[in-house]
Design a protein around this ligand. Structure first.
Ligand code: CAA
Length: 380
């Protein structure tokens, strides 16, 4: 077993750390307060190859592996969790399924412009009545000649307000249950694609999500992704990769809170000495350090398995479950280290504790991750 990163992975991590220090950390508080999408920073991510890290260079990606992707997600999210999820959706939920299931023609149209930051993708699975129960899709696609007519709605679509294309899941044969689901690639300027205004949220306020309605939206049959009736497997296998990205995002948020609390504990004095000298605080910092490393090991293991091309549903679910709940605990402990100041908008730790919370909800709640892990354990 080898925990050494390759020179390319180390370089990428260093580049992302510098990018976060220079381009994200100085602005993240303001973007959060103003609910402002960091369009310039996202464009720069594209120029640096960070919007398609594990996509081969022939398709415009960085041609790196999934461990590199996890390293980059941790560093970018350490700087700004909202920028982190924007990047994660384009990498994992958009480019990855197009690369894996797309035809050559689909990759030319729907992958190449999305790897360089010229355009942004999103992933349309969640519906008002199909969140955790992803197979309960109500959005309907009816075939008429060589096109499909799509009606229905999606909600909480991250990148929805700014995306140029969507990987869209629909029901084409309701009587077949999850085997009646079909995925499509749809440009967001297609007539009948109607976006609502961005959602107002507790955290990741600079990342934009929205509801989307489809009103007699016509999509050519050549835009079916992965074959009619295969949509559920496209969605689930895509989420196996996406959950690695969100786990790494949770890790980055927690590390930001931990590093800030560590520095603060050396400066702030009570009872005549730095609070770090009080065992109550030092033990909190020790627990945070252990949990961060444990989460990172789970994330890297899942990423390594994805590199090997083997099914990694359980390992991704474990990484996402542990890292997100760890991020909740660590950010709240960090806030405790700050005492009353932690509750103030003058410091970033309150934002980290709000940003961490979503990682226990999206790309499958903690309860869904436990279902996936238990199903795998019970199967033996
Ligand atoms: N890879 C490949 N195939 C898979 C799979 C996977 N990871 N998981 C399941 N399947 C297959 C199964 O093998 C099965 O196939 P067969 O019938 O041929 O045997 C089929 O799919 C059905 O599987 P299940 O019976 O396990 O399906 P289920 O209906 O019980 O659902 C679930 C399982 C785990 C609960 C699933 O519905 C789920 O993951 N729900 C959560 C949805 C989710 O994560 N949504 C996130 C939305 S995206 C988002 O959040 C983006 C964002 O904002 C950033």
């Amino acid at each position: 077993m080898d925990f050494e990163l390759s020179p390319e992975q180390s370089q990428l991590r260093e580049m992302c750390r510098e990018f976060a220090a220079n381009e994200l950390i100085p602005h993240a508080r303001k973007w959060d307060e103003e609910h402002r999408f960091p369009a310039e920073a996202v464009k720069k991510l594209g120029e640096l190859g960070l919007l398609a890290i594990a996509v081969p260079t022939e398709w415009g990606g960085a041609g790196m592996d999934n461990v590199a992707y996890a390293l980059a997600m941790e560093e970018i999210s350490r700087g700004c969790a909202s920028t982190g999820v924007t990047m994660s959706v384009n990498n994992s939920l958009y480019c990855d399924p197009v690369l894996k299931y797309g035809t050559e023609a689909q990759k030319r149209e729907f992958l190449l412009p999305y790897t360089a930051g010229e355009r942004l993708g999103c992933f349309g699975l969640t519906e008002p009545e199909a969140g955790s129960d992803a197979a309960a899709q109500k959005t309907i696609a009816v075939k008429k000649g060589d096109q499909y007519v799509i009606n229905g709605s999606k909600n909480w679509i991250t990148n929805g307000p700014v995306a140029d294309a969507i990987v869209l899941f629909t029901m084409t044969a309701p009587e077949k249950g999850n085997k009646g689901i079909t995925a499509f690639l749809v440009p967001t300027d297609t007539p009948g694609f109607v976006r609502m205004k961005p959602d107002r949220k507790l955290g990741i306020c600079a990342s934009q999500s929205c509801s989307i309605y489809f009103e007699d939206m016509k999509v050519p049959a050549r835009n079916v992704l992965g074959g009619e009736g295969s949509g559920f497997k496209v969605a689930m296998s895509t989420l196996d990769g996406g959950r690695i990205g969100i786990a790494a995002q949770a890790l980055g948020i927690a590390r930001a809170a931990y590093e800030e609390a560590l520095a603060y504990s050396k400066e702030r004095k009570t009872f005549g000495r730095p609070i770090a000298d009080h065992q109550a605080i030092a033990f909190m910092l020790a627990d945070m350090a252990v949990e961060l490393d444990a989460a990172r090991l789970l994330v890297w293991r899942a990423a390594l398995l994805k590199n090997q091309g083997v099914r990694h549903s359980k390992e991704s679910a474990m990484a996402k479950l542990y890292a997100s709940e760890m991020s909740h605990r660590v950010t709240h402990r960090a806030l405790q280290v700050y005492g009353g100041y932690g509750y103030s908008k003058e410091f970033d730790v309150e934002r980290h504790s709000r940003d961490a919370r979503i990682t226990e909800l999206y790309e499958g709640t903690s309860e869904i991750q436990r279902i996936v892990i238990a199903a795998s354990a019970l199967k033996g």
